[in-house]
Design a protein around this ligand. Structure first.
Ligand SMILES: [Zn+2]
Length: 206
């Protein structure tokens, strides 16, 4: 095998194993039928039980990626032993790295964009907006903008929590959306506590 073909096989294996475990979170929820309860991307999303459920689904697909990564990892090892060595090494290195980086969050590393904590915080805001002594106005109607949760009636910030990708079909098209999701891994494009309501409404990224 020449150096060139080895390199091509390695890159091919690496890319395959890079994409494979990320597919559940990128593809599964984008269909039209999955998003009938949400306004189209990138509009703000009203806080409803559907949204809380979506956060939990995104969380599930995130961790499902870890299970999915076992497949290229295993194929990589098989290929290293009995098949094409550069291809197997590419598969093995890429999926091994993916698994290690995801497991980091158990050792104080960065948290996933969708956690039980996020779902609970959303639910608490929903409950609060329905109660008589809500955090803002009498007609409190919270919605999730890019930089946090705001009341759509009085514009008060209810929670400083940037919005991650929520599995809607993206306004930037399939290809750009795909690239953006791969590069951000679903994390919000904004840091907390930097923007206000007015600038937020004009933005189109997630
Ligand atoms: Zn309000």
């Amino acid at each position: 095998m020449t150096l060139l073909s080895s390199t091509i096989y390695f890159v091919l294996g690496f890319l395959l194993a890079y994409l494979f475990p990320r597919m559940p979170g990128i593809l599964i929820t984008r269909g039209k039928g999955f998003n009938v309860n949400f306004p189209p991307h990138p509009e703000s999303i009203p806080l409803t039980p559907y949204l809380t459920q979506r956060v939990l689904h995104m969380r599930m697909f995130y961790w499902l990626g870890l299970v999915a990564a076992i497949i290229p990892l295993a194929f990589g090892l098989i290929s290293l032993r009995w098949g094409n060595v550069p291809f197997g090494f590419g598969l093995w290195l890429s999926s091994g790295w993916f698994i290690l980086s995801r497991l980091q969050s158990f050792m104080g590393g960065p948290k996933p964009p969708w956690t039980l904590d996020v779902a609970e915080r959303l639910q608490i805001i929903i409950n609060d907006s329905k109660s008589d002594d809500s955090a803002c106005c009498n007609f409190s109607s919270p919605e999730w903008l890019l930089t946090g949760v705001y009341c759509s009636v009085c514009s008060k910030e209810l929670e400083n929590m940037p919005r991650p990708d929520l599995g809607r079909k993206r306004s930037d098209g399939f290809f750009m959306g795909f690239i953006r999701l791969l590069s951000s891994d679903g994390h919000p494009m904004f840091e907390s506590n930097s923007k206000n309501y007015d600038t937020d409404l004009g933005q189109a990224e997630e």
